[in-house]
Design a protein around this ligand. Structure first.
Ligand SMILES: *Cc1c(COP(=O)(O)O)cnc(C)c1O
Length: 220
């Protein structure tokens, strides 16, 4: 089942777009099955679950933390996590930097933008991102790399609205790229698109899709 579903998703993803297989709530056996089909990038949204799965699975997996991250939990994943998708404050970024430094690592981070109309979803607006990137504190951080932006569209059947929200994020990406990262190739990703909307996200410029249920089946 996982093999067929994974093949189907892969067929829709062009070269240059990274597939993050979102394995939250799913057993290690399911992750191993996807791994055996060549999948190496997996996403989890909870720190404890991520740390446990990391221990049990092959070491060449690239683990992405895609969910909201509390400052006091960064230490549990700093030694191994490949990318943190939902950075939404200077406080969190500083803690990631501090913990990454302890392991002599540079951790890729995405700044989470609030693009949906619901106010339940985390993320920053343009001015908050601007303030963060222009702050003196930010310049001091040596153990994080801002690898791009991440966003989640509104949970709706209105595909035009979803498309518009993704388009906004792509727009912000271009503006921020040209203002702050013009000569920095490390700033390269737009993480947008989930099982229900990743084809639209790809059309609107996504470079990284986070797909869970379309690969592993519905979650409880
Ligand atoms: C769960 C989750 C996904 C994947 O959702 P699906 O609809 O199962 O593809 C993507 N991004 C984030 C942040 C998530 O928490």
């Amino acid at each position: 089942m996982i093999k067929e579903a994974l093949d189907k998703v892969r067929e829709e993803i062009p070269e240059g777009v990274t597939l993050v297989a979102v394995s939250k709530t799913k057993p290690v056996a399911s992750i191993q099955e996807a791994y055996n089909q060549g999948q190496r990038v997996f996403g989890e949204n909870r720190v404890q679950e991520l740390a446990e799965k990391y221990e049990q699975l092959p070491q060449d997996i690239e683990w992405h933390l895609i969910g909201h991250l509390q400052t006091n939990k960064v230490k549990y994943i700093a030694s191994f996590v490949s990318m943190i998708h939902a950075v939404d404050s200077m406080k969190l970024l500083k803690e990631i930097n501090k913990q990454a430094a302890k392991h002599d690592r540079v951790i890729d981070c995405l700044l989470q933008f609030h693009i949906a109309e619901e106010d339940t979803k985390f993320g920053m607006n343009f001015n908050e991102v601007k303030d963060l990137l222009e702050s003196d504190e930010f310049i001091e951080l040596r153990n994080i790399n801002i690898a791009g932006l991440m966003g989640m569209a509104t949970f709706t059947d209105n595909t035009e609205q979803i498309r518009e929200e993704f388009r906004n994020l792509e727009n912000y990406f271009q503006i921020i790229k040209s203002h702050y990262f013009k000569f920095n190739d490390g700033f390269q990703h737009i993480s947008m698109g989930m099982s229900g909307d990743y084809p639209i996200a790809i059309e609107e410029g996504s470079t990284m899709v986070r797909v869970g249920s379309a690969i592993f089946g519905a979650r409880n």
